[in-house]
Design a protein around this ligand. Structure first.
Ligand SMILES: [Zn+2]
Ligand SMILES: [Zn+2]
Length: 330
């Protein structure tokens, strides 16, 4: 009799928990922590994307302000399971010391207990070794405070080589080469797959056939974009050079038209003008130029925009009031 009651209680508990178990095991949640580029803007922080799936929290790039955006979400910095880098341009990596060392502090916002895992293209390991040297005073003092070697300050960094794939808890992360510039041979994009769903992060790239190859069948593509006003393109060699390292809205539109994602989202948004009295293109300009080539679902990202991928794609804007502004896209 007693074991029957216990069985019934366990069954009820299981049924209560099923929706939560299902929610955790069938969704990829992508949050744009920073949608900007090198511009020291308060509205758009540096490039960084949080991907949550299967209980893992993975960060892709760590630009300016990634730590602040994580803490706006009330995610302790120490909860990041691994950091993946697309390339080593400073706007993509300047937030690493903050994520890494503030994450070592045993306060609510830090609390890392294990070494930070970092994966990136050729040069990543060397960069992290250099950072460890630069911050050796801080690391040594913290070890003295704790009276032991501070394992949370240790970094395990890996230079990604051909054939590298990261897999854990049924999440698969596949890096692939993109085309940032003729003299950069190590810029990466990433394909992240979980529970039958997938998201592509383009990284910094010009129009890239390899990006298209890896993006076929993806549910969501997060793509970089750059545009300048007409006057700048006619007069500024610097702006033309910058545009040459990135994708125009038409380039990205071609990628979307060929790969047909359920949703395309712009991030790493570069809007240029050579003359402060003449405004740069607007986000509406990005949309209208893209739509000349691609007529599927498209959004211009903003910091802390969250995209939940399952049978439906649910996009939520962050609100400091705690209210979600939900919008079902597809
Ligand atoms: Zn960049
Ligand atoms: Zn770059």
């Amino acid at each position: 009799m007693r074991s029957k009651i216990t069985y019934q209680i366990l069954l009820i508990l299981f049924l209560i928990c099923v929706p939560f178990i299902t929610a955790q095991t069938t969704t990829i949640r992508v949050t744009l922590l920073g949608t900007g580029a090198p511009v020291p803007s308060i509205e758009r922080f540096g490039p960084s994307v949080l991907v949550e799936a299967g209980g893992q929290k993975l960060l892709f790039d760590c630009g300016r302000g990634a730590a602040q955006r994580l803490w706006q979400l009330k995610i302790p910095l120490g909860q990041i399971d691994a950091l993946f880098l697309t390339h080593l341009h400073s706007d993509h990596v300047v937030g690493i010391p903050d994520l890494w060392l503030t994450g070592c502090i045993p306060a609510a916002y830090g609390r890392r207990e294990n070494p930070l895992q970092v994966f990136g293209p050729c040069g990543t390991k060397e960069m992290m070794e250099g950072l460890a040297k630069a911050f050796s005073w801080d690391i040594n003092i913290r070890s003295k405070e704790k009276n032991k070697v501070d394992s949370s300050a240790v970094v395990n960094a890996t230079n990604i080589t051909d054939g590298f794939i990261w897999e854990k808890d049924r999440i698969k992360v596949t890096p692939f080469i993109v085309s940032h510039a003729d003299f950069i041979d190590s810029a990466l994009g990433y394909r992240i797959e979980y529970a039958g769903y997938s998201v592509i992060l383009s990284g910094d790239t010009r129009y890239s056939e390899n990006l298209i190859r890896y993006s076929i069948g993806a549910d969501v593509i997060i793509h970089e974009v750059a545009a300048a006003n007409e006057q700048s393109m006619q007069t500024s060699p610097l702006i033309n050079q910058i545009l040459g390292f990135h994708s125009s809205p038409e380039d990205a539109g071609k990628v979307f038209a060929r790969t047909k994602p359920r949703l395309a989202v712009y991030s790493h948004i570069v809007l240029l003008t050579s003359d402060p009295t003449i405004p740069p293109p607007t986000t509406n300009d990005l949309i209208s130029r893209t739509q000349k080539i691609y007529n599927g679902a498209l959004m211009v990202g903003e910091d802390l925009l969250s995209i939940e991928i399952s049978d439906k794609i649910n996009v939520t804007k962050f609100s400091v009031t705690g209210k979600s502004l939900n919008e079902i896209i597809k």
